[in-house]
Design a protein. Structure first.
Length: 238
């Protein structure tokens, strides 16, 4: 949210005096018990009102700018045979589907949680501001019989997925320190390829990575606008 906070810090301090001068008297006429105390109270109320008014103005401007520049889209409710569960106000989304007669697949997806420098078109690495954003997602596959769960921890890059870790655990994990297996990249290459194919058969592939990046980009904007609206509503309360 730095793009919001920085303009507020620059503008509020510079314009507070001007806004105070423009404010009508906010002091309720009361019997003057101590003129000095009443004067200080009046100035304090005017400064607070000017500051809050400036913050509200900047919030409204930023919300309007975001809505006019590229308004958020209605989030997708499906991807292939997956049902997409939007979770407003959270940094997660969930996808679900059934595969075959018994398998139940659940995917928990973060919003953007990392980045790397984007490669240059002619080779090498771009040292500018272009980056490739990273999304973590966790795939849980169960057989619907209350038994073990096969879990993949994966990365979604803009056009590809990477498996980072593979776990086996029970639905109700009770072991204090279960053995979680080796790092995925330590497995035999042929086994790694077979596990990628295992996921691809279930619709967990590079196309999913593309979809997730589009979805999370839209959600990031939606949540930013929602957050600014919540801040604005709070400050507006009397």
């Amino acid at each position: 949210m730095a793009r919001l906070i920085r303009p507020i810090r620059r503008t509020v301090v510079a314009s507070s005096k001007t806004l105070i001068q423009q404010q009508p008297s906010l002091c309720i006429q009361k019997p003057i018990l101590n003129p000095h105390i009443q004067s200080r109270t009046c100035m304090s109320e005017m400064r607070r009102s000017a500051f809050e008014g400036n913050v509200l103005r900047l919030l409204r401007q930023e919300i309007q700018f975001e809505l006019e520049r590229s308004p958020p889209k209605q989030p997708a409710t499906k991807f292939g045979s997956f049902v997409v569960e939007e979770r407003p106000g959270e940094q997660w989304i969930r996808l679900r589907k059934k595969f075959g007669e018994k398998e139940e697949i659940k995917i928990e997806v973060t919003m953007f949680d990392g980045s790397i420098p984007a490669p240059k078109s002619g080779g090498g690495v771009d040292t500018g501001e272009d980056v490739e954003l990273h999304i973590t997602f966790i795939v849980n596959i169960s057989k619907g019989d209350g038994g073990d769960v096969l879990e993949f921890m994966c990365s979604a890059w803009p056009d590809s997925i990477d498996i980072q870790k593979l776990f086996m655990h029970g639905r109700d994990q009770t072991v204090a320190q279960p053995y979680t297996g080796p790092e995925f990249k330590e497995l035999d290459d042929e086994l790694q390829n077979s596990l990628y194919e295992f996921l691809e058969r279930r619709g967990i592939n590079d196309e999913l990575a593309v979809f997730l990046h589009e979805y999370v980009t839209n959600k990031d904007k939606t949540e930013f606008i929602r957050w600014m609206g919540s801040v604005k509503s709070f400050i507006e309360k009397k």
